[in-house]
Design a protein around this ligand. Sequence first.
Ligand SMILES: Cc1cc2nc3c(=O)[nH]c(=O)nc-3n(C[C@H](O)[C@H](O)[C@H](O)COP(=O)(O)OP(=O)(O)OC[C@H]3O[C@@H](n4cnc5c(N)ncnc54)[C@H](O)[C@@H]3O)c2cc1C
Length: 308
Amino acid sequence: MDETFDVMILGAGAAGLTAGIYASRAKLSTLILNEGAVGGQMVLTNEIANYPGVEITQGFALANIMKKQAKDFGCKIKSNVKIVEYNLEQDIKSVVLEDGRSFKAKAVILAPGGKPRPLNLPGEEEFKGKGISYCATCDGEFFTNKKLIVVGGGNSALEEAVALTNYADKVTIVHQFDHFQAFEHAIQEAKNNPKIDFIMESELRGFFGNENLEKVSIEHLPSGKISEKIINGVFVFVGYIPSTEAFINIVHLNDRNEFIVDEHMKTNIPGVFAAGDCIAKKYRQVTTAVADGTIAALSATEFIRTSK
Ligand SMILES: Cc1cc2nc3c(=O)[nH]c(=O)nc-3n(C[C@H](O)[C@H](O)[C@H](O)COP(=O)(O)OP(=O)(O)OC[C@H]3O[C@@H](n4cnc5c(N)ncnc54)[C@H](O)[C@@H]3O)c2cc1C
């Protein structure tokens, strides 16, 4: 039998959990369905040092506090589900899970976030989990006393490279430009770390090995010269892809596949809102996801109360 709620939230990252806190606190019956582990990208993050009011904390710890807050207000959370059908355009919206269960709601908040962008290089698929990783928190410990490459030049790349020096003997950051696109403090922290060195204006070209990754090829872009480097592991931090593919042709997206929303987080469909890294915006942080989730939940609350 269908279970019906006031608000259904798809995604339990920072945006979805915050929306869950606000909607359930407004006494709306609220369900969060999450396709992955609760916490989303927060649980991929080693340390979060810039969330106001909380001193440096591990990402999963912050996620657990948000989850507890939502549940304490009565929000139901179902994680590791697979949604196979979305019916968002009717007044009562519904989704169907792979196991046949279906859930209905008067309003839906889309908060599916994003996933790490791969390099799409030869050997990348083959050595995923066998030397190639996209999550320092998850896999860093496997590389204790090893030599690593970190690919990328933004905040995530530099901060996670520093975190990886807790395990690895040496971390080489490979970046395509001659400068980084990161906050100055992150750049200085990486530059001051004796275990970190840099290969600038260069890009990886391929991954090689037998059972596990053993070697990469690197192109120095100004000269076109290709060299090889023996390595135990490569961590990739080159941005993200919004997890919106299931909503193409349902909800309006821009050319980067991000949801188009107004200032109240409304999409083109009445009663459907979107929040967090999945929406069209410039800055993607826990604080901005939390802010979007707040606005989406307050807008959904108003939508439900004024549609009665
Ligand atoms: C390595 C790394 C380090 C970072 N460091 C920091 C930092 O120090 N400080 C900071 O503020 N930010 C940091 N960020 C960014 C921050 O983590 C994100 O901006 C924020 O967590 C995004 O939250 P979200 O809820 O929008 O999405 P996500 O965290 O991506 O959560 C979305 C959730 O929805 C699920 N999902 C996907 N599709 C569906 C679907 N169709 N239905 C249901 N569920 C679905 C996903 O499995 C996931 O659990 C970092 C990010 C990374 C990757």
